[in-house]
Design a protein. Structure first.
Length: 222
């Protein structure tokens, strides 16, 4: 079986002039090499494709794969993580991980919270701020927590994200709106431990394969 690997290599984007924060979610050469090596150790033939532009060129040239191992993040828009899977589906090439619908939904935290709330899964109350005038309609008790609606890897989150008064709410939301050019998710602050859980499989076949607690080290930079 020939497996293609799609990814966004951080070094490529830095060389192209993108900034450190813009590329925070992208992968290192060491990560890609480790994935490649693991797949080869399992007996598969591998082909490093790269990002969506590289994939587009390869598909236009007539290339295909039995399966694509996809960890591409994308660069722009709410659907950026869905771009590679959508393109692969158009070419009837199977791939790993979630489909375009799931990836688009989960990247937008506001829409994801609406879906899980409708399914009666507990989630903190929230408000989506699209411009500064929306702040007048927030009716949530302090403390609050604010972050960009469609970012990951802690982008836009620091010690100021926990908000205890209206003045700070205005300043934090104004900064995030200006900096990330997208709505800001404001939700009631949820105290407690933070745990990342790995799940393999779908529906009744899903199983937890590991859990990791996220701990802020003493004297760590925000």
């Amino acid at each position: 079986m020939r497996i293609g690997i799609t990814y966004d290599l951080r070094k490529d984007y830095l060389v192209a002039g993108f900034g450190e924060e813009e590329t925070a979610e992208f992968d290192s050469e060491e990560t890609i090499a480790a994935i490649d090596r693991a797949l080869q150790d399992l007996g598969y033939r591998t082909d490093r494709i790269g990002n969506i532009k590289s994939l587009t060129r390869r598909l236009a040239a007539g290339d295909s794969w039995d399966l694509v191992f996809n960890i591409a993040e994308g660069l722009r828009g709410f659907g950026r993580e869905a771009q590679v899977p959508a393109l692969l589906e158009a070419h009837e090439i199977p791939y790993t991980f979630s489909d375009p619908l799931v990836l688009s939904l989960t990247l937008h935290k506001g829409m994801a919270k609406r879906v899980v709330r409708d399914l009666t899964v507990p989630t903190p109350d929230f408000f989506l701020v699209e411009n500064e005038s929306d702040l007048a309609f927030i009716d949530l008790p302090f403390p609050l927590f604010a972050k960009p609606v469609a970012e990951g890897t802690g982008k836009g989150v620091d010690s100021a994200s926990k908000i205890t008064n209206g003045r700070d709410l205005l300043s934090v939301c104004s900064l995030l709106l200006s900096r990330y050019k997208q709505p800001v998710l404001v939700e009631t602050f949820l105290p407690g431990r933070e745990v990342t859980v790995g799940i393999l499989g779908t529906g009744k076949d899903a199983a937890v394969i590991g859990a990791m607690e996220v701990v802020l080290l003493e004297n760590a930079e925000s």
